[in-house]
Design a protein around this ligand. Structure first.
Ligand code: ADP
Ligand code: MG
Length: 322
């Protein structure tokens, strides 16, 4: 009787998955999974598994206090997908109490990821060896702008990080494919700890009084692209939608308040994430306004910029808002 009830529950979880978050890229109920290799990392276990001839990665955190990571990773991958198919890996949750090859603790949730192409930028020789776009607890900085000006995908990833309060974008959490000169964001499992939207708009206001100017043309375009990407994200993902997806993912992971695996620490993180989803959305909108003012200032100083389509479109939109 108990097994029937559990099977029924798992079925419901699986069906629910099809309508929440990312399009399922594997069918966890029926797929045949072969475990290829397992590695113990500092904060997680990673296992490479093969399903229908394709390699995936299964990740599980090593500490119970970090279990909300699965929800953050899945939410971030879902939001990232609206920015294009290749900007980040895809992620699905493997629920708590669901046995799956590569999982170390069956009663905890885990995640399955599509594999990013290339290699992380950590310790690699590349033009990005010295790049630092990790926002940590400080938020957006002046020295990040030249990096954004070097590659459009870095702007998109920075926007995503600000939108999701992802403070941990060190070079190990970014894959680079030198053959195609493209990036793929991974590891977005620690979101909504710091108010990165608020820090961004406060920092940029301070920068404007200190070292923001002069901006090169590429840097100006990078800031405009950052602004446009953030505008796209706020238009596309309301806080209500994000909260609803977040809550569904929490359920899917098996981390609801009544569950045995949801510790007080995880519950506190859930509450913090929910508050910041709302708050950061409004802070990002403020940041968009501040960026708009800065770009207008640059155009006044360098009217020649009006020859570029992106500037023309920006001014047209600003005009419409007034
Ligand atoms: N989608 C992916 N594709 C390829 N490798 C990955 C992917 N996700 C994680 N990895 C590998 O697993 C390592 C640990 O995963 P990560 O998500 O960064 O965990 P942690 O939160 O412990 O840092 C990464 O440094 C990377 O080498
Ligand atoms: Mg990492």
């Amino acid at each position: 009787m108990k097994t029937i009830a559990i099977k029924f529950l798992m079925g419901v979880i699986c069906v629910t998955y099809c309508i929440i978050g990312q399009e399922p890229f594997v069918d966890m109920q029926t797929c045949h999974v072969r475990l290829i290799k397992r590695k113990k990392k500092e904060f997680c276990y990673i296992s490479f598994v093969e399903i229908d001839g394709i390699l995936y990665l299964v990740k599980q955190k090593r500490q119970q206090g970090h279990l909300l990571a699965v929800v953050h990773d899945a939410l971030a991958a879902y939001i990232a997908q609206s920015l294009g198919d290749d900007i980040a890996h895809k992620v699905m949750i493997i629920p708590a109490f669901h046995k799956f090859p590569g999982k170390i603790y069956d009663d905890w949730p885990a995640t399955i990821h599509t594999l990013a192409v290339g290699a992380t930028l950590k310790n690699k020789r590349s033009p990005y060896k010295k790049m630092n776009i990790k926002q940590a607890c400080q938020g957006f900085r002046r020295d990040m702008i030249p990096w954004m000006a070097k590659h459009r995908q870095l702007i998109i990833i920075m926007a995503l990080d600000i939108f999701l309060c992802n403070h941990d974008r060190h070079r190990g959490n970014l894959f680079y494919n030198a053959k195609t000169d493209s990036f793929c964001a991974i590891d977005m499992d620690c979101l909504y700890k710091y108010s990165l939207g608020l820090y961004a708009h406060q920092n940029v206001k301070r920068m404007a009084e200190n070292d923001l100017f002069p901006l090169t043309i590429q840097e100006t375009f990078a800031l405009l692209e950052l602004r446009n990407t953030l505008q796209f994200l706020v238009d596309r993902h309301s806080p209500q939608e994000m909260l609803s997806i977040f809550d569904d993912l929490v359920k899917q992971a098996g981390l609801t308040q009544d569950s045995l695996v949801c510790s007080a620490r995880v519950q506190a993180e859930i509450d913090l994430s929910r508050n910041l989803i709302n708050q950061n959305y409004h802070d990002v909108k403020e940041f968009i306004v501040v960026l708009g003012h800065i770009i207008q200032q640059v155009i006044v100083l360098q009217p020649v910029l009006r020859n570029f389509q992106i500037i023309e479109d920006f001014e047209k939109k600003q005009h419409e808002y007034r």
